[in-house]
Design a protein around this ligand. Structure first.
Ligand code: NAP
Length: 418
């Protein structure tokens, strides 16, 4: 409790504390908006976020451990002095019943203190089914907040009031955000930055939450990676296989350092040479079989780059769940492209700098990892490969001049800006 709230209660003044109970898996801007609206409209002194330990109505799915959900709540409310997080339900063993919590809170409650339990419309519609109606009715009042597009649930309010519950409504419409949607987005690698505070997103990323990593069908799971690794061993020779393992490891390390998705980098790394086992004739045939239209210059003169383009097409057919950006990174690992994404550069660099590669400038480039920007490192590697091919009088890919000029322009632009 805030010191000012305690002083008020001790002075016998009426104090109202809002309880924002939830699973908070994860906490998001919708919860925070509901709490802010409640704070403003219900004349509350403070709000206590109360993450549930083992939620009574959510026993059908795996829930993130209470400690992590508690930490996410703490991170989300950190900069609001009137918001706090209570660990009581997370610590209490067994199923979390709100009535038990209210009883526990009431034991040390000052008589002038009143609890207002804040809830969304869906929770309100289940309140009459919660354990111990008598305790729920007498130890707190309730406030229902709606999300955009939701109507005030008048029928529910009528029923609750008829059953003796004290219920208020909050006249606001909070953003249409749900924890379920956030978990879905994380699982498929979509952006959540507008749904949760940055500190919460950091915890989600750092702990690899919501990636469904136990599911072997999930392309970012360890099981999927291991299965493709085993497939690859059958598809390429030992040298190429060891190289791919090195690229997967190096890509994961680069991703960690440069803030790209580590699991996607690792997957693109292990898959990048998926089609490297074909000879020139075989890879042309492969492109034909996959129904690909290839620039004739590349098809006839540069068949050795075709594997980078056939592999993502083949993988997409076999495993449609593999994320598009992983396929793109595979596609760009040989010829590169203008406007490479971080993941593309990570895989491109890893292909050149994995521990199995030994060329003159390799160690010097390795030393730059984490010291220079990702793009700088990429361009260094790119430059090296072009020089290397020219020195050996090898044909360049028709896109090379365009890509080279694109990055040179970017370098010049940045020099001008600095
Ligand atoms: P939750 O999904 O984590 O959500 C927490 C609260 O925020 C809910 O009331 C929810 O409303 C609301 N909310 C979510 N997104 C919102 C948005 N965009 N705008 C406004 N409000 C939003 O929580 P939960 O798992 O349903 O649990 C809610 C509380 O009820 C917990 O304290 C839990 O322990 C309690 N509960 C107790 C019992 C029992 O004692 N037997 C049974 C069930 C629940 P919606 O409900 O509308 O999503």
């Amino acid at each position: 409790m805030l010191e000012s709230t305690r002083d008020k209660a001790m002075a016998g003044e009426k104090v109202r504390i809002g309880i924002m109970g939830g699973t908070f898996d994860p906490i998001h801007y919708g919860h925070l908006a509901a709490a802010h609206a409640a704070m403003e409209q219900l004349d509350l002194d403070e709000i206590m976020f109360l993450p549930a330990g083992t939620p009574a109505f959510k026993r059908d799915r795996e829930i993130t451990d209470g400690e992590t959900r508690f930490e996410m709540c703490c991170a989300a409310v950190d900069n609001v002095p009137e918001f706090s997080v209570n660990v009581m339900e997370v610590m209490r063993p067994g199923v979390t019943y709100t009535a038990d919590t209210l009883r526990q809170l009431s034991r040390s409650k000052h008589p002038s203190l009143e609890y207002v339990f804040i809830m969304g419309a869906d929770s309100a519609s289940t309140l009459l089914r919660w354990n111990d109606q008598e305790a729920l009715r007498t130890m707190a009042s309730y406030a229902v907040v709606t999300r955009s597009t939701q109507q005030i649930p008048t029928e529910t309010l009528k029923e609750l009031r008829a059953a003796g519950f004290k219920v208020e409504t909050i006249e606001t419409q909070t953003p249409l955000i749900s924890s379920t949607e956030i978990r879905r987005r994380v699982m498929v690698g979509e952006d959540i930055s507008r749904l949760v505070p940055p500190e919460v997103e950091r915890i989600i990323v750092a702990r690899s939450l919501y990636l469904g990593l136990d599911d072997p069908e999930n392309p970012l799971s360890d099981a999927f990676f291991e299965a493709r690794k085993a497939d690859l061993k059958e598809r390429v020779n030992e040298h190429r296989y060891q190289h791919s393992l090195g690229v997967a490891d190096t890509a994961a390390r680069l991703a960690e350092i440069y803030g790209a998705n580590v699991r996607k980098a690792r997957l693109a790394g292990i898959l990048h040479d998926w089609d490297k086992g074909y000879d020139d004739k075989g890879i042309r045939q492969r492109a034909d079989e996959l129904g690909m239209t290839v620039d004739p210059q590349v098809y006839y003169a540069l068949p050795r780059v075709l594997h980078a383009h056939t592999a993502p097409v083949a993988i997409k057919r076999l495993f449609p769940q593999v994320p598009e950006d992983v396929l793109t990174a595979m596609d760009r690992h040989t010829v590169a492209a203008e406007n490479m994404l971080d993941l593309d550069m990570v895989v491109y660099i890893a292909d050149a700098l994995e521990p199995g590669r030994s060329f003159e400038r390799a160690d010097a480039m390795r030393e730059k990892i984490g010291v220079v920007s990702l793009e700088e490192l990429f361009f260094d590697v790119y430059e090296y490969w072009i020089m290397h091919m020219m020195e050996r009088k090898m044909q360049l890919h028709p896109n090379t001049v365009g890509i080279w000029n694109y990055y040179v322009r970017r370098i010049r632009q940045r020099e001008k800006e600095n």
